[in-house]
Design a protein around this ligand. Structure first.
Ligand code: 5GP
Ligand code: MG
Length: 192
């Protein structure tokens, strides 16, 4: 597997340190919601499958009474005749239709165009949560595109295709502990 990697972009120690830091920021913001000392009703909504490892690490730095509700969203680029087209297929597996009173944190692996997260956020906002924040592990630098803002991003990265720490290529590499860039010939074997 190692022979497929071009470079390590972010190593496991940097990831661990930064995930801890972002968890502290989330904790601080949520505790501001509890001015009256009440226990918050907190719901984390990780988008599968890429946020799997991120969320597993993040929650162990959040000593809060919280629930996790998984959501699966697949985005499909439109065909060539639909130049703007992106179609989302949402399966809200486990999300109540009424989230009133709940403080929701929506979590994804990477913010690229922002369409995946924006679609998920819209769906959750319609369910009337007490608060709704967004958190990503990675935010790709995409100069010139307009996209949604997120509340928390662990790392800003260049516009490269990356894998590892939950992110895949063709379903593989999610188990790589670091965030890595693949060699070009992994995408087009024998052509480079
Ligand atoms: P967006 O809707 O923001 O354009 O795309 C976000 C989704 O595309 C992410 O949830 C992720 O599944 C996928 N994605 C975007 N960039 C990368 C990348 O560099 N590597 C991998 N493995 N997935 C990516
Ligand atoms: Mg994804």
């Amino acid at each position: 597997m190692q022979q497929d990697f071009q470079q390590v972009l972010i190593d496991r120690q940097r990831i661990a340190d930064r995930v801890h830091e972002v968890a502290q920021a989330i904790l601080a913001d949520l505790s501001r919601e509890t001015a009256d000392g009440q226990t918050l009703d907190i719901t984390l909504v990780p988008i599968l499958t890429g946020s799997l490892i991120f969320v597993a690490d993040l929650i162990r730095h959040l000593p809060l009474r919280l629930r996790i509700r998984l959501v699966s969203i697949s985005s499909y680029p439109g065909c060539a005749t639909q130049s703007q087209g992106v179609t989302f297929q949402q399966q809200l597996t486990d999300i109540p239709s009424d989230l009133s009173g709940q403080h929701v944190l929506l979590i994804d692996d990477i913010l690229d165009s922002g369409r995946t997260l924006a679609a998920a956020r819209t769906l959750l906002a319609q369910r009337n949560p007490a608060s709704l924040r967004t958190c990503v592990l990675l935010r790709k630098q995409r100069p010139g595109i307009q996209r949604m803002e997120v509340d928390y991003a662990c790392f800003d990265i260049p516009d490269h295709f990356i894998v590892g720490y939950g992110l895949d290529y063709n379903g593989y590499y999610r188990n790589v502990p670091d965030i890595v860039q693949l060699k070009p010939d992994v995408f087009a074997p024998g052509q480079s």
